[in-house]
Design a protein around this ligand. Structure first.
Ligand code: ADP
Length: 156
């Protein structure tokens, strides 16, 4: 059976931390689907189109990475896409506690889906999208924190 994983997130914007997790997870799966969540309660900094197009650009040369958008339950998306794995990254013990409860509830909802965690590379342990957004909000240069191929601009 084809091993398909979904990597869900906000990617607002994609950082080198996300890129690293995706690239390190690639050898484990036949296909990795990066799923950009649309959360009605969470207003994003960058538009969905902008977040999607950056992800597409970063992974354009990797044919087994796909980028989709979704709303609703992540396990429903997995079912629709025929994915049996959910991928998440772990940086801190706070991440662990948060992710553990989500993974355990998802397992109750969809026992066939296994959540796989990849530990952050040490150099990206302090990196997250909200830090990048803060830097941009205050007019700073966040280039070093995002994949080399993307050019950060003002939110659209
Ligand atoms: P969410 O809003 O769902 O947390 P994010 O876009 O912030 O979405 O993160 C998506 C996934 O990427 C999460 O599993 C998160 O833990 C992981 N991630 C984010 N930044 C890093 C990083 N620097 N190192 C490892 N994993 C990361």
């Amino acid at each position: 059976m084809k091993k398909v994983a979904v990597f869900p997130g906000s990617f607002d914007p994609i950082t080198k931390g996300h890129e690293s997790v995706i690239k390190r997870a690639l050898p484990l799966f036949d296909e990795l689907i990066v799923a950009v969540g649309q959360n009605a309660e969470k207003k994003s900094f960058f538009s969905l189109d902008q977040r999607m197009s950056w992800l597409q650009k970063v992974f354009t040369d990797i044919p087994n990475v796909k980028v989709v958008q979704y709303s609703g339950l992540t396990v429903e998306l997995c079912r629709k896409l025929g994915a049996n794995y959910l991928l998440r990254g772990l940086r801190t013990s706070a991440d662990f506690e948060f992710e553990r409860s989500i993974a355990q509830i998802n397992k109750k909802l969809s026992p066939e889906i296994e959540t796989i965690f990849i530990l952050t590379a040490p150099e990206y342990a302090s990196l997250n999208s909200s830090i990048v957004r803060d830097i941009l909000r205050h007019g700073g240069d966040a280039t070093q924190f995002v994949p080399d191929s993307i050019e950060l601009n003002s939110p659209s």
